[in-house]
Design a protein around this ligand. Structure first.
Ligand SMILES: *Cc1c(COP(=O)(O)O)cnc(C)c1O
Length: 393
């Protein structure tokens, strides 16, 4: 009976909420991306704690799946991967002058430079640790984010070429990032491709000989082969989520979502019709019903914007968040379905049991799947299946 579910959960000592990460899905997704990339190599993007999945564990699984590079945003992330002993070529692309450039260069972390100050910082670090810095020059090709504009590109190339001639740096890559790869066929993709080819041509004319040109995120890896060049940088697809959710579900892209987020009901009670639910009483019961309390809230990454909208699965049936999502909890109106404390609530997963996907939460919160998984908080324990978190398969 319903009551027994709760007792069983207690006996098994299962956490009141958890994110289960299927590392075999990560490996399979990466090998699918390798296939899509053709002759290009694959850099698995594991920034933001591996999009919330656990950075070192997914990095190892991605390497086992065929990725030869890892990509992160900040230097601290790169140094954490090195400290964890994760092998592979490793690029960090979001750097500031105060970062620990010496440590990064000393540990062979490859670094992006989108301005001359970054080349100078790399040169100083190379001098300090007596090892050349490996640089990827970032061109602004239309995203309007990082990278040197066409006006500044020549000065960046000249500075980098001088530093290379002096032996302090080696320019191993030229790269940029697409603004609208998730809208396949958008004319801005072609414009950015042309700007990127031109930036790469100028680099060669400046005497630089990068090993790799790279431009593609997950969406371009899966939908825009012209943008693959020598190396692709998928993030979201590594975790089995669709970068084009309105066009294709993960399974249609050969991907399998790796994270399943579940919780156990913390309280279950009957309430009369007209009961206001949660802060602001945005939900009111239409008739006598059962309310179930889910111990996950916006501090755990459940978007407050998904109040009255986020979908969950309880005992094989879909329900919607009732009222406002709180910091630690939200409420479900379970109707007359039998329910007990300890019963499992599935927020999202691969869909095997009819549970919602991260993309459904993204839709409910007017966001994207990247944000849904990346914001699952540190309070939610990660557990691993399909290989151990330390990388042994
Ligand atoms: C985050 C990021 C990626 C990965 O993007 P996805 O859409 O998750 O595939 C690739 N390159 C850069 C520079 C990024 O910041």
């Amino acid at each position: 009976m319903a009551g027994q579910h709760g007792q069983e959960a207690q006996r098994a000592g299962t956490p009141h909420a958890q994110a289960r990460i299927d590392l075999s899905a990560v490996r399979a997704n990466v090998s699918r991306l390798c296939e899509a990339a053709g002759s290009a190599e694959v850099m698995a993007v594991v920034k933001a704690d591996g999009y919330g999945h656990g950075m070192a564990a997914v990095a190892r699984a991605a390497l086992a799946g065929g990725a030869t590079w890892l990509g992160v945003a900040g230097m601290r992330e790169a140094l954490a991967l090195r400290a964890a002993g994760v092998p592979g070529r490793l690029l960090a692309w979001l750097l500031t002058p105060g970062d620990d450039w010496n440590a990064a260069v000393a540990s062979g972390v490859e670094l992006s430079a989108g301005a001359t100050w970054a080349v100078r910082a790399a040169v100083r670090a190379a001098q300090a640790v007596d090892r050349p810095a490996l640089l990827h020059l970032e061109a602004e090709t239309g995203l309007g984010r990082g990278g040197a504009t066409a006006d500044d590109w020549r000065a960046l190339l000249e500075t980098a070429a001088r530093a290379e001639a002096a032996g302090y740096v080696r320019v191993v890559g030229v790269w940029s990032h697409l603004a609208r790869a998730d809208e396949p066929g958008h004319p801005s993709c072609d414009e950015q491709l042309a700007a990127f080819r031109s930036a790469a041509g100028l680099a060669r004319r400046a005497g630089l000989t990068p090993d790799v040109l790279h431009l593609s995120n997950s969406a371009a890896t899966l939908t825009l082969p012209e943008a693959h060049f020598d190396l692709v940088r998928p993030g979201l697809a590594v975790y089995g989520l669709s970068p084009v959710p309105d066009l294709a579900a993960p399974s249609e892209l050969g991907l399998r979502p790796a994270m399943t987020l579940t919780a156990r009901l913390a309280s279950v009670k009957r309430v009369p019709a007209g009961q206001g639910v949660s802060y602001g009483h945005r939900y009111r019961t239409a008739r006598e019903t059962t309310l179930g309390l889910v111990p996950l809230g916006y501090a755990d990454g459940v978007p407050r914007h998904a109040s009255q909208a986020g979908p969950v699965l309880v005992a094989g049936r879909r329900h919607t968040v009732a009222g406002t999502v709180c910091m630690d909890q939200f409420v479900l109106d379970l109707g007359d379905a039998p329910a007990a404390p300890g019963d499992e609530v599935v927020l999202f997963g691969p869909g095997d049991r009819g549970e919602p996907g991260a993309a459904d939460w993204a839709r409910a919160a007017q966001s994207i799947s990247h944000e849904i998984v990346a914001r699952i908080g540190a309070r939610v324990p990660r557990t691993y299946t399909g290989g151990s978190a330390s990388g042994e398969l």
